[in-house]
Design a protein around this ligand. Structure first.
Ligand code: ADP
Length: 437
C-alpha cells in the first residue's frame, strides 16, 4: 500500500515538474491545457483498468472466460485456468469423500466417530441400529448420554481398549448380541466399531449343545458295555448268562455304530455340493426298495399300501432320496402299533411332486412338531431307543430335502396318526418315458 502511495506521489511531483518545464518552454496556457489532457488521459486509463478489475471480480469463477483486450485477456485466461484446476481438485476430493462415506455406510459393522470429548461426530446406519442412535439428531451429543449401559460407560472410561466388550440385549427388540471395540486415533479421537454376533453366538451354542448331545448319546451305551464287561470278568457266569450278556453288549455296540453312521451321513451332507439338477433319480427302483424294506420291517404287523405315479421322478442324488424317503417310511412303521395302517403316496399336486407317508400311529403332540428335525430330538425316548432310533433320522431327511430344494411338512394328531410330506418344487420334478410294453 505504501509503495502505491509513494509511486503516486512521485508521479504527481514528476508531472508538476514536467508542467513547470513545459510552461517555461511553451507558455503557461499551453502547459495548463497539456496538463488537463494528461490528467484526462490518466483518468480514462485508470477507469478502464478499474472496470476490468470489477469485471474480473464479478465474473463467475467457473463460467466462460470473459474477453478483454491486451494484458487483461491474458489475466482472465490464466486465472480462469487456475480456477478450473482448483475446481476439479475440489470435486475430486468431494467425490473421494462421498465414496468413503458410501463405503463405510455399506459396511456390515457399525462405525461411529467420537471427538476428544466422546461426542458423536459421525456414525453410519448400522451404528444407529446397534445403539439406537439418530445420526442427525444425536450429532455432537455425548455418547454415554445416549448409550447409558454401565458396562459400556465403564469400558469407554477405562481407556483400555485391547479387549472388546460383549453387549447382550441390544437392538430394538433387545435380542441382539454386539461385540464392541474402541480404536483411538488422531487427537484423542475414537473410532467405535460394533459387530452383531447374535448368529455367531447362536451357532456357537448349537455347536456346544451338539457336542454335549453326541457325548451323552455315546456315553450311555458305552457305560452299559463297560458294565457288562466288568460283570463278565468278575462274576462266574454259566453259558446261558454269558450268551445273554453278549447279546446285550452287541445291541449297545450296534446302537453306537448307528449313531456314528448317521453322524457321518449328516457331516457328508453338510459338506457336499448341491445335487445336480439334470440327473434323474430312478424313482421306480426307489419305490420298489421302499416297499420291500417296509414289508420286511413290518413283518406283516401293519396294513401297508402304495399309491404311486410311476412315471413321476425328481432330479438329484438317488442314494440321498432313498435314505430320506426310507426314513419317513420306517419311522411310520416304528411309531405305529401293530394292526395299524401305513399309506404311501407319490403324486403331483399342481406343479409340485409330493411324497406322503400317512400312518395311523401314535401321533405327535403339537408342541413337539417344530422340533422334530433337531438333532437327537425325540418325542418318546424309550420308544425311539427300543426301535433302534438314533434321533438323527429326521435331521437327515431335512438336510436331504433342503439340498433338493424340497420341504418337509408334518401334520399329526396325538393318538390318531401322522402325515409326513416331502414337497419337491417344479424345478426338481421330471417325467420318465413309460417303459415299453
Ligand atoms: P428316531 O431315530 O428317534 O426315530 P427321528 O429323527 O427319525 O429319530 O425322529 C424324531 C422323533 O420324531 C422320534 O423320536 C419320534 O418321537 C418322532 N416321530 C418320527 N416319526 C414319527 C411318526 N411317524 N409317528 C410318531 N412319531 C414320530
Amino acid at each position: 500500500m505504501n509503495t502505491i502511495w509513494a509511486r503516486s506521489l512521485v508521479s504527481l511531483v514528476l508531472l508538476s515538474v514536467l508542467c513547470a518545464v513545459v510552461g517555461v518552454l511553451i507558455g503557461v496556457k499551453a502547459a495548463l491545457i497539456l496538463a488537463i489532457v494528461v490528467l484526462l488521459a490518466q483518468g480514462i486509463f485508470s477507469t478502464f483498468h478499474k472496470q476490468q478489475l470489477w469485471r474480473l471480480l464479478d465474473a463467475p469463477v467457473y463460467g466462460e472466460v470473459p474477453s478483454a483486450p491486451g494484458i487483461w485477456g491474458e489475466i482472465y485466461y490464466r486465472l480462469h485456468k487456475l480456477a478450473k484446476r482448483w475446481h476439479a481438485q475440489v470435486r475430486q476430493v468431494e467425490q473421494q469423500h462421498s465414496r468413503f462415506i458410501q463405503a463405510i455406510q455399506a459396511s456390515p459393522n457399525g462405525v461411529a466417530m467420537l471427538d476428544d470429548h466422546d461426542q458423536i461426530e459421525w456414525c453410519n446406519a448400522i451404528s444407529e441400529l446397534h445403539f439406537g442412535l439418530d445420526a442427525k439428531r444425536d450429532l455432537r451429543q455425548h455418547i454415554t448420554h445416549l448409550v447409558r449401559r454401565p458396562d459400556f460407560v465403564r469400558y469407554l472410561n477405562t481407556r483400555q481398549y485391547e479387549e472388546m466388550l460383549i453387549m447382550r440385549g441390544m437392538g430394538e427388540r433387545r435380542q441382539h448380541v454386539l461385540s464392541v471395540q474402541v480404536f483411538p486415533y488422531g487427537d484423542n479421537r475414537k473410532l467405535l466399531l460394533s459387530q452383531d454376533i447374535t448368529e455367531l453366538e447362536r451357532t456357537d451354542s448349537m455347536r456346544r449343545d451338539f457336542v454335549a448331545n453326541v457325548s451323552h448319546e455315546l456315553k450311555t451305551p458305552l457305560t452299559v458295555l463297560a458294565g457288562f464287561l466288568e460283570t463278565m470278568r468278575e462274576l462266574p457266569l454259566n453259558d446261558a448268562e454269558r450268551a445273554r450278556y453278549l447279546e446285550l453288549m452287541e445291541q449297545q455296540a450296534s446302537r453306537m455304530q448307528h449313531i456314528v453312521r448317521d453322524l457321518l451321513v449328516l457331516a457328508t451332507l453338510e459338506g457336499d455340493s448341491k445335487p445336480p439338477s439334470e440327473q434323474m433319480v430312478d424313482m421306480r427302483a426307489v419305490l420298489r426298495h421302499l416297499k420291500d424294506d417296509a414289508e420286511t420291517l413290518s413283518a406283516g404287523r401293519h396294513r401297508i399300501s402304495f399309491d404311486v405315479d410311476e412315471g413321476l421322478t425328481v432330479t438329484g442324488v438317488e442314494t440321498e432320496i432313498l435314505s430320506a424317503l426310507g426314513n419317513l417310511v420306517t419311522n411310520a412303521i416304528r411309531y405305529t402299533p401293530d394292526g395299524g395302517s401305513i399309506h404311501v403316496n407319490w403324486n403331483t399336486h399342481g406343479a409340485q411332486a409330493t411324497f406322503s407317508v400317512i400312518d395311523s400311529g401314535l401321533g405327535i403332540p403339537a408342541a413337539d412338531i417344530p422340533r422334530l428335525t433337531e438333532r437327537f430330538y425325540r418325542v418318546d425316548r424309550s420308544r425311539s431307543r427300543d426301535t433302534g432310533g438314533t434321533g438323527l433320522g429326521l435331521a437327515i431327511v431335512k438336510h436331504v430335502l433342503q439340498r433338493h430344494d424340497a420341504q418337509l411338512e408334518v401334520k399329526s394328531e396325538e393318538g390318531r396318526g401322522s402325515t409326513f410330506t416331502a414337497r419337491f418344487p417344479a424345478l426338481r420334478t421330471a417325467r420318465r418315458q413309460p417303459a415299453p410294453v
